[in-house]
Design a protein around this ligand. Structure first.
Ligand code: 4AD
Ligand code: MG
Length: 479
């Protein structure tokens, strides 16, 4: 096996007139002479020049879009336009043929994103998805680097749990029962004692509760893993399986929590901008092109690149839920009855139309809303002295809506138990969680960042199903 050089490195090579081996897939082949070859290391192709007069015609016929090739040749300064170097082939080997009659990704008729979703096993081979998944990779790495630089411990919380951390009842069951023969108790209920774990279990909706246990000794932890929600929302912002990053920090209050989240978001966005400049440039053009087909008033004022840079250089706007309600109540769309859900009083949850108004029209920048009514938030959030609100925070991003949800936690045992009882959360089952409040409890705070919503924002894509390799959503678990 000869050593191959990746195309990204070849394109940046300062040296020419050297022998190289390059491997990849054909993106285009024109005039029986110029192959555009791509190996996924970059969106840019390397041009392979074929000496077609001295190449077996049978081999030339097999150089089709999608075929896998190994090419040996000389790297030279390019004579043509559009590239600085190219490879003059001395030896071409077909590693894998690709029948043009049946290959679904012919570049001539540019496939739609919807079409590519059904061909998710092949869509990595397009420029758009190559760029998306390289950016996703960088963001994931940057998340780890951010926390590691700050001394956080990466904690692996369980995927299978017996609790519903958010108390929203949207879990997927995990069972080992023979579904045709489920053991029942004398009273006719499912006998979970007979099941693998001896109790009812589900896929986790959040690693937070276990994360808090770690923070109560390690001080600063984060999780980064898959989470699962059986909410039947067929939207461009929801997945049934998504990745979440959840830091949890002992001794932090809500202000520290907001600072941490804002710093982290800026850090990872900057990392991707530096590391994936080519890909983000490509995605910026893609979005600009896509928006040309929209009416003027639906196009964004900034390009993707401008939006990302804007996000880095501006402080996020911070205000309370109550202040946001006042703004929304007085807003033009509310007065003109343009909201599907009019803002009438205090206490209801904000819909995405309200979040987007605040972020995109009113403040025109990312917004952190705090101190929500306790009725619309989870049981573990710290109760404020007003008896009505909790120390919650949601971060809202342009084009996305909620990207982060978090809070300062209720560290006082009596207050926590009282709230759990009010909300019907079983205190016996969560005895281990309550133990942290019994033994050396302390103020602490954390949040959850939906990783795919972050990738959506940074890539400028419009549908969350396009930023995870194999999306899981209602009625779909293909691949
Ligand atoms: O707001 P959520 O439900 O918060 C929690 O799960 C907390 N336990 C987090 C914490 O404090 N440690 O979810 C957090 C984030 C949301 O802001 C959103 O970005 C994302 O997770 N998210 C989803 N992303 C994709 N598909 C879904 N169905 C999502 N549900 C939530
Ligand atoms: Mg939330």
């Amino acid at each position: 096996m000869s050593q191959r050089t990746k195309i990204k490195a070849l394109l940046q090579s300062q040296q020419t007139e050297i022998d190289v081996t390059v491997k990849g897939w054909v993106r285009a082949f024109r005039s029986n002479r110029f192959i555009a070859l791509n190996d996924g290391s970059t969106n840019n192709n390397i041009q392979i020049v074929v000496d077609f007069e001295n190449t077996d015609p049978a081999l030339l016929k097999r150089i089709t879009v999608g075929a896998a090739l190994s090419v040996e040749g000389k790297l030279i300064a390019s004579l043509g336009k559009g590239q600085t170097v190219e490879v003059v082939a001395t030896e071409i080997e077909i590693l894998g043929d690709c029948d043009p009659e049946t290959y679904p990704l012919q570049l001539k008729n540019r496939p739609s994103l919807e079409f590519l979703r059904e061909k998710a096993h092949l869509r990595f081979r397009t420029n758009t998805f190559g760029a998306i998944f390289r950016v996703r990779n960088s963001l994931a790495f940057a998340v780890h680097q951010f926390f590691q630089e700050r001394g956080f411990v990466y904690l692996h919380t369980p995927i299978i749990t017996a609790s519903d951390a958010e108390g929203a009842g949207e879990t997927f069951h995990v069972t080992n029962f023979d579904l045709d023969n489920i053991p029942k108790t004398d009273t006719g209920e499912i006998d979970f004692k007979e099941d693998f774990f001896g109790r009812a279990t589900n896929l986790t909706v959040s690693g937070q509760l276990e994360g808090e246990l770690g923070a109560m000794a390690l001080s600063d932890i984060y999780t980064f893993g898959p989470t699962f929600r059986a909410e039947n929302s067929n939207t461009t912002r929801h997945l049934a399986e998504f990745w979440m990053i959840e830091p949890e920090v002992a001794f932090n209050d809500l202000i520290d929590n907001m600072d941490l989240a804002e710093d982290m978001l800026k850090y990872v966005i900057k990392y991707a901008l530096d590391k994936n400049a080519d890909d983000i440039e490509f995605l910026t053009q893609r979005l600009t092109e896509e928006e040309k087909s929209k009416p003027q008033n639906e196009r964004s004022e900034m390009t993707l690149l401008e939006k990302l840079q804007f996000c880095l250089t501006n402080d996020f706007e911070r205000l309370t839920y109550t202040e946001a309600i006042d703004i929304l109540k007085e807003s033009t769309p509310n007065k003109k009855k343009k909201f599907v859900y009019p803002i009438e009083g205090w206490g209801t949850d904000l819909q995405s139309e309200h979040e987007r108004y605040l972020v995109e029209k009113h403040f025109k920048k990312p917004v952190i809303l705090t101190d929500y009514p306790k009725e619309i938030k989870a049981f573990y959030m710290r109760q404020n002295d007003d008896g009505k609100t909790v120390r919650a925070m949601d971060i809202l991003f342009p084009g996305i809506g909620e990207i982060v949800g978090g809070s300062q936690r209720e560290e006082r045992l009596d207050k926590l138990e009282q709230r759990m009882n009010e909300m019907g959360i079983p205190t016996e089952e969560l005895w281990w969680y309550l133990d942290t409040r019994r033994f050396g409890s302390c103020p602490h705070a954390g949040f959850g960042l939906g990783f795919e919503r972050l990738v959506l924002f940074v890539t400028g894509m419009g549908n969350i199903r396009d930023v995870i390799p194999f999306p899981r959503f209602p009625k779909n678990a293909e691949f």
